[in-house]
Write a protein that binds this ligand. Structure first.
Ligand code: AMP
Length: 220
């Protein structure tokens, strides 16, 4: 299997699709947002440093997030999904170097395409497990938890992320457009980019991703 790098606006479904791929194919899901949220929860020095920035919806520094990611990747020996990194051109170039250094070669980039209005609706309906990070959505039938406020998988408490509110969502979306969206050209030129329509329901999005992984579909 190829390693997957997801590029997408906030709340486009990266976390949900990653969880499905992890379950079915044994991928390791690396969400840089989760790494940061854990650091905040554990009140590590990095956590204390990034807490306020994350609340605003802007990006944390490249150095901090790269340190966390590198630590994780260097310990890994199976296929992985990168969810949330790279977020800007500098990070994309750093990632090229990390891959070279660690001899990681078989990678594809999947862009989950969604419009701002739908992404905002998903963001505002999202609730996540405080314990394992699994994501649910109160506005989407197939993503509702079986019991209100309780994770189906580990029974942890479901909470709303501090950055899933209208004001912060707008900043996150603008940050995405300005910093992350230009990466699509970067990966297109490298012939690594695949496009998936993320407006469809989760199962269809998942099937499309699977078709790309198995080579049944050559592009978006
Ligand atoms: P996410 O869970 O991917 O939506 O990320 C939540 C927040 O974590 C973002 O709004 C950023 O503040 C921060 N973050 C996550 N990944 C990165 C990254 N690669 N570079 C900088 N900031 C990041």
């Amino acid at each position: 299997m190829k390693n997957i790098i997801f590029i997408a606006p906030p709340a486009a479904g990266k976390g949900t699709q990653s969880a499905k791929l992890e379950k079915k194919y044994g991928y390791t899901h690396i969400s840089t947002g989760d790494l940061l949220r854990n650091a905040i929860k554990e009140e590590t020095p990095i956590g204390l440093q990034v807490k306020e920035v994350m609340k605003t919806g802007e990006l944390v520094s490249d150095d901090i997030i790269t340190t966390l990611l590198k630590e994780k990747l260097s310990k890994l020996n199976n296929n992985f999904i990168l969810d949330g990194y790279p977020r800007n051109l500098n990070q994309a170039k750093i990632l090229d170097n990390i891959f070279k250094e660690l001899n990681i070669t078989d990678n594809i980039v999947i862009y989950l395409d969604i419009d701002q209005e739908l992404a905002m609706k998903r963001s505002l309906g999202r609730i996540v497990c405080q314990n394992c990070g699994l994501s649910y959505n109160i506005y989407i039938d197939e993503l509702k938890p079986q019991k209100e406020q309780e994770c189906d998988s580990c029974h942890g408490k479901l909470i709303q992320r501090v950055d899933d509110n209208e004001e912060t969502f707008k900043v996150r979306f603008e940050t995405y457009l300005k910093e992350t969206n230009p990466l699509l050209d970067y990966y297109k030129e490298k012939n690594m980019l695949k496009i998936v329509d993320s407006k469809a329901n989760n199962d269809i999005v998942f099937e499309n991703i699977e078709q790309i992984l198995t080579g049944e579909r050559s592009n978006g």
